[in-house]
Design a protein around this ligand. Structure first.
Ligand SMILES: C[S@@+](CC[C@H](N)C(=O)[O-])C[C@H]1O[C@@H](n2cnc3c(N)ncnc32)[C@H](O)[C@@H]1O
Length: 164
């Protein structure tokens, strides 16, 4: 499969999984966390899909056009390894959906970061919250869910926080 085809499928999977999450967190109160602003594409889709929820975005160096950035007080700038632990403590149990799209283009590093960060994310998730993203996460207290059949294995990962 060409790199272009693979990119298109990843974007389709991203859109479809975000759309799917809307139904999955209907009864879960809380905010949305977006990891990785990039060009603001998935952020824009999240704010459109969840108009009644606050969407907070984490990124090292935001470069998206201003119209595709969140308000300043919902943009957490810095290395997620530094910013997430404090944010998770301050928002314990308040995140209904976490969308993970942090990347540097170096797959092995990105996979490792997703794994390392998983522990820090855990306290933020509300009971029955959904975490999803481009890389496998290993957030304690969550269980992996099947992605829709058309997405194909390994393209997107979805987890539900266990209820308490
Ligand atoms: C693939 S892009 C995100 C694309 C975005 N979701 C979109 O739809 O346009 C990955 C983002 O991760 C950010 N990033 C990479 N390493 C990071 C780190 N350690 N902490 C915070 N953000 C990081 C980059 O700055 C980049 O904006």
């Amino acid at each position: 499969m060409s790199r272009l085809e693979s990119f298109i499928r990843r974007m389709q999977a991203q859109r479809d999984c975000i759309n799917l999450a809307a139904g999955m967190i209907e009864d879960v109160p809380g905010v949305v966390w977006e990891f990785g602003l990039g060009n603001g594409r998935s952020y824009d889709h999240l704010r459109e899909t969840f108009p009644d929820r606050e969407v907070f975005v984490f990124d090292l160096k935001p470069y998206a056009p201003m119209e595709f950035r969140p308000p300043e007080d919902r943009l957490i700038v810095g290395d997620v390894l530094q910013t997430v632990p404090a944010a998770a403590a301050a928002s314990a149990g308040k995140v209904a959906l976490l969308h993970y799209d942090v990347g540097t283009g170096h797959r092995d590093d990105d996979v490792a970061l997703a794994h390392t960060l998983s522990n820090a994310i855990a306290p933020a998730l509300a009971p029955n919250a959904i975490a999803m993203g481009v890389y496998e996460l290993s957030i304690p207290g969550t269980s992996a869910l099947e992605t829709p059949e058309h997405i194909g294995p390994g393209r997107y990962f979805i987890y539900r926080r266990d209820g308490v």
